[in-house]
Design a protein around this ligand. Structure first.
Ligand code: FES
Ligand SMILES: [Fe+2]
Length: 387
């Protein structure tokens, strides 16, 4: 038996960055987890905000959430409130959701509108962001140039990605291999059936890592997720520059449960009934696609030990959700927040407490955590872009 005192979490950022580099550079067959201090260090969190969340692409939802002209939705990226609106011509524009008068957050929630009127002093903006009314301003006040600040956006796989960077790298190029990989599932045609925001007591990286690895499914979700995502037949696709996926292979008697709303596969490739695809879209999204369903989460830092989790469930485009047609699969996906997410929350919050204990160690990862290794490599690359 050996005894030890708790180790002080490194608060030296340069030492911590070197430890992170070693984890990123570790060979795939001896891949290392991040050092514990990476889950607790406040200075590192500020660096992540600058290097990742204010620089890279973050998904804020699905384009089908704003299908018709006038439809809008709001979201948050880092500390920035964001507003996405479907234009009269069918295009999408995304703005900082910040009134140009005295910075009130302009719009809340989602809905449909012809214009946006600030609740503070009633400045009014068109769908295209132009300032169209500013009551009781001095004579000669000029509305021109006082419209909402537009943000970069791209659509990939039916997701609406937004970047706070005015010159981000191309996302669709980066995700082209994944789009091709999952094209038989026709995720662009899926419909958003639910979307929620949750807050968990852990750092954002613990939440992402939990969402992207199949290693924990057997022990953590034996009755819920395991029957849909058998881990005994999993292979990794290898790290790609933009995503890292793995496949669940169903054996003969256990193919992907089929919904009555199954979208006929126009390519004639019914191989999708034999596999589910899951993984990570860098920097902060986990996704899981099984037949005609998709579940996704994005994780953003609120604090060193608090994460904002936006998650959505997408199903067949003609899904009506009417009993008695609902299958076990339908019910499972429609109720992810009660089906298996409550099993994850105590795990991720328990990991965070362990990371903060002073007794956490950097560990070797299982081959079933290969997606975490890919996540760490991309994470390190992003940090390097600003140090
Ligand atoms: S802050 Fe919006 S109108 Fe004044
Ligand atoms: Fe889980």
């Amino acid at each position: 038996m050996t005894f030890a005192s708790p180790r002080r979490c490194s608060d030296d950022l340069s030492t911590l960055l070197e430890d992170i580099r070693q984890a990123a550079d570790s060979p795939a067959d001896k891949a290392l987890s991040l050092p514990p201090a990476a889950y607790t260090n406040r200075e590192l969190l500020e660096l992540e905000r600058e290097a990742i969340f204010r620089r890279d692409w973050v998904a804020i939802g699905r384009v089908d959430e704003i299908a018709k002209p006038g439809d809008y939705m709001t979201a948050q990226i880092d500390h920035t409130p964001v507003l996405a609106a479907r234009q009269k011509d069918g295009s999408i524009r995304v703005f900082a959701n910040v009134c140009t008068h005295r910075a009130m957050e302009l719009v809340e929630g989602r809905g449909s509108a012809r214009r946006f009127t600030c609740r503070y002093h009633a400045w009014t903006f068109g769908l295209n962001g132009d300032l169209i009314a500013a009551p009781a301003m001095a004579e000669g006040f000029c509305k021109s140039g006082k419209g909402l600040t537009e943000l970069r956006h791209e659509v990939a796989l039916g997701f609406l990605f937004v970047s706070l960077n005015d010159n981000p790298t191309s996302l669709s190029e980066r995700l082209a291999p994944l789009a091709e990989r999952v094209s038989p599932y026709q995720v662009e045609r899926m419909r958003t059936l639910r979307k929620d925001t949750l807050f968990w007591d852990c750092t954002w990286k613990v939440a992402v890592e939990n969402g992207i690895e199949p290693y924990h499914i057997t022990a953590t979700h034996p009755q819920t997720l395991a029957p849909f995502a058998p881990v005994r037949n999993v292979d990794m696709e290898g790290t790609a520059d933009g995503y890292h996926a793995y496949n669940h292979h169903y054996d003969d008697e256990q193919q992907a449960p089929q919904s009555p709303y199954y979208i006929p596969n126009t390519s004639g490739n019914n191989a999708i009934r034999k596999h589910a695809v899951a993984g990570c879209i860098y920097p902060n999204m986990a996704f899981s696609i099984a037949l005609d369903w998709m579940w996704w989460i994005t994780c953003q830092p609120v604090d060193t030990n608090k994460v904002r989790v936006d998650h959505g469930v997408c199903g067949p485009f003609d899904f009506k959700g009417e009993a008695p047609d609902l299958t076990d699969t339908d019910l499972f996906f429609l109720n992810v927040d009660t089906a298996f997410m409550p099993e994850d929350v105590p795990r991720v919050e328990g990991v965070q407490r362990g990371m903060e204990s002073g007794f956490a160690r950097q560990s070797e990862l299982s081959p079933l955590e290969g997606t975490i290794h890919g996540f760490i490599q991309n994470y390190h690359k992003m940090l390097q872009s600003v140090v």
